[in-house]
Design a protein around this ligand. Structure first.
Ligand SMILES: *Cc1c(COP(=O)(O)O)cnc(C)c1O
Length: 367
């Protein structure tokens, strides 16, 4: 039988692709409506930093050239800000690409990869895509169970993924517990610490995990311009590691994986502290607005350290999600994360949050 499915590597045959949040345009087409609001992909509700837009304008005339494949200026800016050597930095087409590059660099079908139940959906995808074995460890209170994860390490374990805070649950591990875990991993295990929401937690005074890099040559810390820096559409992520690890990742990545506009915009956004502070303040106010509403509606939620919050509906979430869509509000169902009675809501502007709260209140009174 010449079935092309059988020709794919085993992991890919069983791969379930990532399901993104529903795009605004798609719902607008379906409903014939405009003015739809999307609180589904943890994007920055302020739009991009004005400094990033100016940098893009200034870069447009150069587009006939290839971008700087070494990302010199952006790495320099990251190096200055975070006090890490440029040689310790790897740039990615979104931090998603970095998760994929680290998997392709270190994993084969002989290896096991540990991650938590309810953890970010990309970890099993990048694991399966290279044919390695996923080892999912049961969560406690929707968060990582570090002791159980450590106990799951075997001679075959090559990688552990930790999202801190985690998406879609928003749970945050204490830095001292996480540091102990990272330092207890044996030498044959690569630890990927995904800090996509770093700016939101560092605003709350959490200590910086970059200090651990000195003692941990196997540690990769990934961050992104997609969330707090408002550049999800441009795809820029970065990772900090030992120089030796960065050297390996740079062998595997495509030579021009970040485009010229993305590099320029990210560098400008990194320097826009006013925008970042505004983003964090808006997020804190929006988090209070949403959780206060959940309290009034007698709904539970998972305390979140990110720019989103996951609400417990105590009933199947899919019909609620669909009813919200019909009212022009896109949120995120997370049944694919083993949470069919929860919805994840990205924090929007005050107006967007109010529209969502009104729609949810109406839907819960009628479903
Ligand atoms: C959003 C997100 C990412 C990836 O974002 P990129 O846009 O690819 O940088 C990575 N990890 C987690 C936990 C996320 O929520």
């Amino acid at each position: 039988m010449n079935n092309i499915l059988n020709l794919a590597i085993t992991g890919v045959q069983q791969l379930v692709p990532y399901v993104p949040g529903k795009p605004i345009e798609e719902l607008e087409r379906e409903l014939g409506l405009t003015g739809i609001i999307k609180l589904a992909s943890n994007e920055n509700p302020l739009g991009p930093s004005p400094k990033a837009l100016t940098a893009i304008q200034q870069t447009l005339p150069d587009l006939a050239r290839y971008p700087d494949g070494g990302g010199y200026r952006l790495k320099q800016a990251l190096s200055d800000k975070f006090k890490v050597k440029p040689e310790q930095i790897t740039l990615g087409n979104g931090s998603n690409e970095l998760l994929e590059i680290v998997a392709r660099t270190f994993l084969t079908p002989e290896h096991e990869v540990i991650f938590s139940e309810h953890a970010f959906a990309v970890y099993p995808i990048v694991t399966q895509a290279v044919g390695a074995k996923s080892v999912e460890v049961a969560a406690i209170d929707y968060g990582h169970d570090l002791d159980a994860m450590l106990a799951s390490v075997t001679a075959k374990t090559r990688m552990v993924f930790i999202a801190n805070p985690n998406n879609p649950t928003g749970t945050l591990l204490a830095q001292d517990a996480l540091e102990k875990f990272v330092k207890a991993l044996p030498d044959h295990v690569i630890c990927v610490l995904d800090e996509a929401y770093f700016e939101f937690v560092s605003a709350e005074g959490q200590s910086d995990s970059l200090a651990w890099l000195q003692d941990c040559p196997n540690l990769l810390i990934t961050r992104t311009f997609s969330k707090a820096y408002g550049l999800a559409g441009l795809r820029v992520g970065y990772a900090f590691s030992s120089v030796a690890m960065a050297d390996l990742l740079n062998r595997v990545r495509q030579p021009f994986n970040n485009n010229m506009l993305a590099l320029a915009a990210a560098e400008a956004a990194l320097g826009d502290l006013d925008y970042l502070n505004q983003t964090i303040a808006l997020n804190q106010a929006g988090m209070r607005q949403l959780t206060t509403a959940f309290e009034h509606l007698e709904l539970g939620w998972i305390h979140s350290a990110g720019n989103f919050v996951t609400v417990a509906l105590n009933q199947p979430a899919l019909p609620v999600y669909q009813a919200l869509l019909r009212k022009g509000v896109i949120v995120r169902p997370i049944a694919n994360y083993g949470m069919p009675k929860h919805l994840r809501i990205s924090i929007g502007t005050a107006d967007e949050n109010a529209i969502f709260i009104k729609a949810l209140t109406e839907v819960l009174n009628h479903v």
